[in-house]
Ligand binder design. Structure first.
Ligand code: BG6
Length: 498
């Protein structure tokens, strides 16, 4: 982050200040930014919530979260004291309270204290159904019309489908300018995801091969071992396709498939990504079965522990038809990617926690080698491990030492842990710093969100119209339903497991 400057004075209001996202992610991220000297010299963080907290109780609660979830778990007292004096709490029912002017008053007070006009950031760490109402109430305050300094951050899910996303966009755009709106997708803050741009565009080696002439197919796996983690009520209204594919996975597809940007300007990068989304082939509703597979996990065992079926989890309908797994084959109809399948799969309670992208190159011609050499013939493959492993490996053929020409696939590996000190910032650190700086590159623009929904809608609608008859259809600890294997086997390939 060395090309960043510390942002100018900032007031950050966190709606949902007493909630889980703030506890687990936002506060630890802000604390780490502070320790790394990235927080502005003058800043104030104000948690807003309904729970009764004194400032000092609130700080105590956040400290617990930081100790539990921060990448730095040892919190030095002096550093905590220095940070926490910037944190306060405002008890307010954001739904009902008509005293939104308390916020404007706080801004005035802080502005006088700082001696300069600060950035004002409203972070919506609340349930999505509360966002429109809060945004409307904020929109009425004068401070919101300050296009240069006031920003609003919207968490996912951004809408529930295309219509609701469009409606939310319309509402937000009537209250704020597009450049004030930061729609978060935390995958874009991940170090290894941002590195895809460096890998592709700061090296001369890959880009000439990065197309349909040399790439056979692309695979993206984002597997999790957890179930709905107490978020049954949310997940019942969402499902994996909405929760992971519409946003995180499609963003990864964009990073892999986009054209080279001419600059790192926010709109330039986002234009290139939108081009990819617009080029993704729409799946006809009556052909969804050929391109997409859904699944839901049963009860079973994971690492020696019995785990309940999704349908038995808290706040989940015992007859739920919600997808906890999705696999899709996408095509991108443009000059670079025509006919190259992008296979993606993601789900809960899978074999291991891993997010990995595989670029499978076409095989080299083998005719010059003796037939036994061809037995171990493997095409080149570039593997980008996003998490928890952070590495990039390039598989290539080598000659096994000995008197015969026997081939052996080997890996060239770049491991973050071998090169860097292991102190990579968390996604939320990077993204919060971006918001404070007013840099929207890693945030979703209005048209991006809508384009992503357009891709998902035919699958979502087809699934809704034909409730699954075979749920639950995969066991915990597996790689998902058998149909997902068939999806890719039909093309003569298989899912790559590292
Ligand atoms: C969130 C989803 O956006 O991403 C969760 O709502 C999911 O269901 C999470 O578990 C995965 O994020 P990560 O960073 O752990 O891959």
């Amino acid at each position: 982050m060395e090309n960043h400057k510390r942002p100018s004075a900032t007031i950050l209001f966190i709606f949902g200040g007493s909630g889980d996202l703030n506890f687990r992610k936002l506060s630890p991220a802000l604390y780490n930014l502070f320790i790394d000297n990235w927080m502005p010299e003058k800043f104030s963080i104000i948690g807003i919530g309904r729970t009764d907290y004194s400032d000092s109780d609130y700080r105590g609660r956040l400290l617990e979260g930081i100790k539990q979830f921060s990448r730095r778990k040892d919190v030095a007292d002096t550093q905590w004291q220095a940070f926490s004096q910037h944190v306060s709490y405002l008890k307010m029912d954001a739904e009902k309270d008509e005293k939104y002017n308390a916020i404007s008053e706080l801004v005035q007070k802080k502005e006088a204290e700082f001696g300069e006009h600060p950035n004002i950031i409203f972070y919506m760490a609340v349930a999505p159904q509360l966002v429109p109402d809060i945004a409307k109430k904020l929109g009425k305050e004068n401070i919101s019309s300050d296009k240069a300094f006031t920003r609003i951050v919207i968490e996912k899910p951004f809408g529930h489908d295309l219509d609701s996303a469009q409606e939310l966009n319309k509402l937000l755009m009537s209250l704020f300018d597009e450049k004030q709106i930061y729609r978060i997708d935390h995958y874009l803050g991940k170090e290894t995801v941002q590195n895809i741009l460096a890998l592709r565009f700061a090296n001369a080696l890959f880009e000439p091969l990065w197309n349909r002439n040399y790439i056979d197919y692309v695979q993206i796996t984002a597997a999790e071992t957890v179930g709905s983690e107490g978020r049954g009520a949310y997940f019942e209204g969402s499902g994996t396709l909405r929760d992971m594919v519409q946003n995180h996975i499609l963003q990864l597809v964009c990073m892999i498939a986009m054209e080279a940007p001419v600059s790192f300007d926010a709109d330039e990068i986002r234009n290139k990504k939108v081009d990819v989304l617009n080029a993704i082939r729409r799946i006809p509703k009556d052909e969804v079965g050929k391109y997409a597979v859904r699944g839901q996990f049963s009860a079973g065992w994971m690492e020696g522990e019995k785990v309940p079926a999704y349908r038995e989890e808290k706040n989940v309908d015992p007859k739920s038809t919600v997808d906890t797994f999705a696999a899709v084959k996408f095509y991108i109809d443009n000059w670079r990617w025509q006919d190259v399948p992008f296979y993606i799969r993601t789900g809960k309670r899978l074999h291991e926690k891993t997010t990995v992208i595989n670029i499978q190159f076409r095989p080299a011609p083998s005719y010059a080698f003796p037939p036994e050499a061809a037995e171990t013939w493997r095409a080149n493959r570039l593997t980008i491990s996003i998490q928890p492993e952070m590495d990039i490996r390039l598989r290539f053929q080598s000659k096994r030492p000995g008197q015969s020409m026997t081939l052996n696939p080997v890996d060239m590996i770049f491991r973050y842990a071998d090169v860097y000190d292991g102190n990579e910032p968390e996604a939320y650190e990077t993204l919060l710093l971006d918001v404070m700086e007013g840099n929207a590159t890693n945030f979703m623009r209005k048209d991006q969100v809508e384009a992503a929904w357009k891709i998902i809608m035919p699958i979502q609608e087809a699934w809704q119209n034909r409730p699954p008859v075979n749920f639950p259809n995969y066991s915990p600890g597996s790689w998902g339903p058998e149909d997902a294997e068939a999806l890719i086997a039909r093309d003569g390939h298989q899912w790559i497991v590292m």
